[in-house]
Design a protein around this ligand. Structure first.
Ligand code: AMP
Length: 186
């Protein structure tokens, strides 16, 4: 199974993605996690990504596409994967489509987790107090929400047109939301 997982920052994408990975036994690829790892290990890509990330902006498309083009060709991805936080822009979605075409693969579903923006900002401010993530300060949180609505939300229509979009309510208990997603996929 090949899935794209979408939703505004703070909706619980990462938490749900980890649970689905276990359920479906597929690789979980979080571009946010991969980029944070690149920063921690001081790679060239990490150096290029850091300023954008700490400022709540998206890392440029060409860097993401190069990174994912390499990653999706690795052996562990041949049985399926769950993409968490990628694609985030239309050019990334189009780039992903050409990578997939080249690999003779296609996406099965794009899952969009939905939630009210005020509720998300409240949750993220709480998470920021606990996680110490550099991009979880209130100003950056508001900016990341704006970036999502401007640049990522258009992907909802993109996948709707491809007839693979599933929308799931992301508000509720963690286990209940996982159940909703699994039900919508089977
Ligand atoms: P996340 O952990 O998914 O919230 O991502 C944290 C940050 O990493 C984002 O605010 C972006 O700066 C960067 N990032 C992650 N995925 C992407 C992507 N697909 N395109 C551009 N930037 C990304």
């Amino acid at each position: 199974m090949r899935l794209v997982f979408m939703g505004p920052p703070g909706v619980g994408k990462g938490t749900q993605a980890k649970r689905l990975k276990t359920h479906f036994k597929i690789v979980h690829l979080s571009t946010g996690d991969i980029l944070r790892e690149e920063i921690n290990t001081n790679t060239r890509l990490g150096g290029q990504a850091k300023t954008f990330m700490n400022d709540g902006q998206l890392v440029p498309d060409n860097l993401l596409l190069e990174m994912m083009n390499n990653r999706l060709r690795q052996d562990d991805c041949m049985e399926g994967y769950l993409l968490d936080g990628f694609p985030r822009t239309l050019p990334q979605a189009q780039g992903l489509d050409s990578i997939l075409e080249d690999l003779n693969q296609s996406l099965d579903r794009a899952v969009n987790l939905t939630a009210d923006s005020d509720e998300l900002i409240r949750r993220l401010i709480l998470r920021g107090q606990e996680s110490g993530r550099d991009d979880d300060s209130p100003d950056v949180i508001r900016k990341r929400q704006q970036v999502y609505w401007d640049q990522t939300a258009p992907l909802i229509d993109y996948y709707r047109k491809q007839q693979i979009l599933i929308e799931v309510n992301g508000i509720g208990e963690i286990a209940e939301i996982t159940h909703r997603i699994i039900k919508s996929l089977t």
